[in-house]
Design a protein around this ligand. Sequence first.
Ligand code: SF4
Length: 75
Amino acid sequence: MKTLDRFRGPRISVDNDRCEVFGICVWEAPALFQLDRDGRLRYRRQLQEEDFEQAAAAARCCPMQAIVLRGMQDE
Ligand code: SF4
């Protein structure tokens, strides 16, 4: 899996079974997470280096620990 992560590059994954759509990630990282008109969470999966800080802040603040960052470091 490590090789596959490197191939795909840094990215966000949200566990929909955990996410309760509180929207805290939208406040923490508005460039990455949005709520659509139907109240569903949308997010940008592929990360650029300049996104890492916001992505990490969103993952830290998610009360459901639904946000997982992959491919950002050796796992
Ligand atoms: S902060 Fe977590 S629980 Fe809330 S919308 Fe974002 S991913 Fe879902």
